[in-house]
Structures are given as structure tokens and as C-alpha cells.
Design a binder for this molecule. Sequence first.
Ligand SMILES: [Zn+2]
Length: 74
Amino acid sequence: MEPPICALCGVRFDPGAATVRFSDYRPLPDGMVGHPHGLVWFCGAHLEAAEAVAHLPAEEALTTLRSNPPRNPR
Ligand SMILES: [Zn+2]
């Protein structure tokens, strides 16, 4: 598992950080250690925007989010 670093803004260990599963999410095989494909960390400020595009593959979603940055609610 990767450390909780927001894929959009790079904030580390935000208390509201959580992972989003994108459409290309693939769970790790049993017993395998690592970070699953399509599972991406976002800080609390970007989580909602990320979940709104979770129907896309991770790379496409990140491109969309970066070209159309969500407003920071804080
Ligand atoms: Zn962020």
C-alpha cells in the first residue's frame, strides 16, 4: 500500500485522506504485498471530486481532475 499522499496536490497524511477505486481497479492477488492498480489516495479536499470521476480509469480521471481542478473548500 502506498502512503496517503494526495494524487492531485501532494498533501501527505491529511486526516481526511482516503482511497478511491477507479474503473480499472484490480485487487492484489492473495498474499501479494503492494499497491493495487486503480486505487489512488486523495486528501479530504479532493476526495469528493475524485469520487465524482471514479467511473473512469485512474489515469483518465487524474487527467480530467488536473485539467479542471476542483475548488478547495478550505
Ligand atoms: Zn489534494
